[in-house]
Design a protein around this ligand. Structure first.
Ligand code: IPE
Ligand code: IPE
Ligand code: MG
Length: 242
């Protein structure tokens, strides 16, 4: 470049997590029912999955339904899960085409039999893919994930397989839902909210946080790329002096 002015560099994070927020606000602004926002959010999911896979992201975790979201009106919950089911069936070919391996993060207990069935079918159908790992966080809570890990560890201690002194960070990590997923380098939240909302509490300890003001149904490839450019400007120190 003749001016000598450097373009900010786009850096693709190894691992990305997204709090897909603002569907309700998007719908309200458009004078529509909240569920229309969730419906339109599917386009943003498809775009984000496809772009991340294309750019070489290794792991993507999308927050689709939190443990706390069970407190929403039953009608919204029912419609959300109907959409999720449709997504899991209709987007299977997108996952296959992009060699994406699907995973589920969260508790299975409260999920209906038919959701579990399509979820498990999609997980099985994509299990042989060698591309990006995509985990859908459904009925997921960060605290609950830690509680679930602690329960398994306590049982192992009780059986005499493990001593309390032998429990370290690696032991806890190994008992999370998907220990093979790298911790997120970049956590994106849409719709302007600056909070974690119980997402991946253990894993985000050194994630870079990027908040986009765009509501999730309006989130496009350009917004994802803007997040990656911003990520490229971050100085990651991990507590050290550089
Ligand atoms: C995110 O959008 C989707 C879910 C939490 C399932 P919201 O439904 O939270 O949208 P807002 O925050 O009300 O705008
Ligand atoms: C977080 O969004 C959960 C998901 C995106 C699935 P919420 O909209 O539920 O979070 P709060 O209530 O604003 O913290
Ligand atoms: Mg919200």
């Amino acid at each position: 470049m003749s001016s000598g002015k450097q373009q900010p560099e786009l850096v693709v994070p190894r691992s990305v997590a997204v709090i897909m927020d603002g569907n309700g606000r998007w719908a309200k602004k458009a004078g529509l029912e909240r569920i229309r926002g969730h419906e339109r959010g599917i386009d943003a999911v498809r775009t984000t999955v496809t772009e991340c896979a294309r750019l070489g992201v290794e792991a993507l975790v999308l927050y689709a339904f939190s443990e706390e979201n069970w407190q929403r009106p039953q009608r919204e919950i029912d419609l959300l899960f109907r959409l999720l089911k449709r997504f899991l069936v209709e987007e299977r070919h997108t996952l296959m085409k992009n060699r994406v391996r699907l995973l589920h993060s969260g508790r299975r207990e409260r999920l209906s039999k038919d959701i579990l069935q399509v979820l498990d079918e999609s997980i099985a159908a994509t299990a042989g893919n060698d591309g990006m790992q995509l985990s859908l966080a459904i009925s997921y809570g960060g605290r609950q994930e830690i509680v679930d890990a602690v329960r398994v560890l306590a049982a192992r201690v009780q059986r005499g397989e493990l001593t309390p002194a032998a429990i370290d960070e690696a032991t806890i990590h190994a008992h999370l839902y998907h220990p093979q997923l790298p911790d997120p380098d970049l956590l994106i939240r849409t719709a302007g909210e600056r909070r974690i909302s119980n997402f991946l509490l253990w894993q985000v300890s050194y994630a870079e946080i990027y908040v986009s003001d765009v509501c999730w149904p309006d989130f496009r490839a350009e917004h994802l790329l803007a997040a990656f450019v911003d990520y490229g400007q971050r100085v990651r120190k991990f507590g050290k002096v550089l």
